[in-house]
Design a protein around this ligand. Structure first.
Ligand SMILES: [Fe+2]
Length: 365
């Protein structure tokens, strides 16, 4: 049977134009032509959902991810950096012993999984990152976007091309109301523990002509060791970047900085198949903006403000695809054409197990 690609059905109140489900494919044994089909479908749809993949081995997950970028070897967030323990990403990740490029993430106590024993997983909760959290008593009913991001180290290593996420165990049943809490009054009904996606292509499309001109010519400089640099910072209630309160670690307190490893990346990245431009900025890690005329905006509050205004319209509810995870879903997404966020707060005894793989790219954007 030929591989079938079915665009996600339209949903009332939603104006998203990405995402598709894929059927009739054996991910353990992908022929070159199967891979070609998936490759093109991914870049056309940005997110692909393969249903019923519970049997997928960590090796096959790695192989699929790696096939998008054979030159990629290192884990995408760069945990090989010796001081990564200070990084805000560190507590959320456990590595599969026999397939170290694949991480186990989730929530709750897991006695045994893929050679890992007695592991305690923790779903990131917005109260650990946002400046102002939803009050405890409302925590099971209401939630936030935890942190909008691209999967990327943003120092030394290039942003991964794709990420794969496999839902192994999913607690079902509850829904939550996601609050923007930014004065807009916007809310979004979401399944518990959804992963929220927005299209960077749409984010670009809805900019004004003036903004497009600005972003086309601008590059973003990221902080060195950004996840250590920001580890005392607090996020906005939309999870779209940080407050500027002087809480960034001084560069002298960071691990050694090699200037040549600082990443200065375009704001606009091009889809390798369709050529569509996408606005791709990691809002929490930005430090400076380099303009087309060679000038540099280096006032952090101004930089964050500019980026926020460019990105905020595209995370409004109608542009968000909150994936409703079912056990066995393998989601493959175009990390250089989307922003995504963890969402949700699990209760006592709600156990979730996911496997994630992404690989720092062999080339820049
Ligand atoms: Fe991520």
């Amino acid at each position: 049977m030929a591989i079938e690609i079915k665009p996600l059905p339209p949903q009332e109140g939603r104006d998203t134009d990405f995402g598709a489900e894929v059927y009739n494919v054996d991910l353990e044994n992908l022929s070159d032509s199967d891979f070609e089909t998936i490759h093109n479908a991914l870049y056309k749809n940005l997110v692909l959902v393969f249903k019923n993949q519970s049997h997928l081995s960590p090796k096959a997950q790695y192989t699929l991810t790696n096939r998008f970028d054979p030159s990629a070897q290192t884990y995408g967030h760069g945990t090989s950096i010796p001081t990564a323990k200070k990084s805000i990403l560190h507590p959320d990740l456990k590595t599969v012993p026999h397939q170290p490029q694949v991480q186990v993430i989730g929530h709750g106590f897991v006695p045994e999984y893929e050679g890992l024993k007695n592991i305690q997983l923790k779903h990131p909760h917005h109260k650990t990152f946002h400046r102002d959290a939803i009050p405890e008593e409302k925590d099971l009913d209401f939630t936030r976007f935890y942190r909008w991001h691209i999967d990327a180290a943003l120092y030394e290593l290039y942003p991964p091309k794709v990420t794969t996420l496999l839902a192994v165990t999913v607690p079902k049943g509850r829904r939550q109301t996601l609050l923007y809490d930014d004065g807009s009054g916007e809310t979004l009904d979401v399944p518990l523990g959804t992963t929220a996606f927005v299209s960077g292509e749409r984010m670009y499309e809805i900019l004004s002509d003036e903004e497009k001109e600005f972003v086309n010519g601008s590059r973003v400089e990221y902080a060195p060791h950004p996840y250590i640099w920001m580890n005392q910072c607090r996020a906005l209630p939309t999870g779209l970047g940080l407050y500027s309160e002087g809480r960034e670690l001084p560069l002298s307190d960071l691990p050694e900085i090699d200037e040549s490893k600082i990443q200065i990346l375009p704001m606009v990245w091009k889809n390798p198949v369709t050529g569509n431009p996408a606005l791709q900025i990691h809002p929490s890690a930005v430090r400076k903006i380099h303009r087309a005329d060679g000038s540099v905006i280096d006032d952090l509050a101004t930089v964050r403000d500019i980026v926020y205004k460019l990105q905020r319209p595209a995370i409004s509810p109608k542009y968000v695809y909150p994936h409703d995870w079912e056990e066995g879903d393998l989601v493959l997404f175009h990390n250089r054409g989307l922003l995504h966020s963890v969402v949700g707060a699990f209760g006592e005894g709600e156990v979730r197990i996911f496997r994630q793989c992404n690989l720092a790219a062999g080339e820049s954007v």
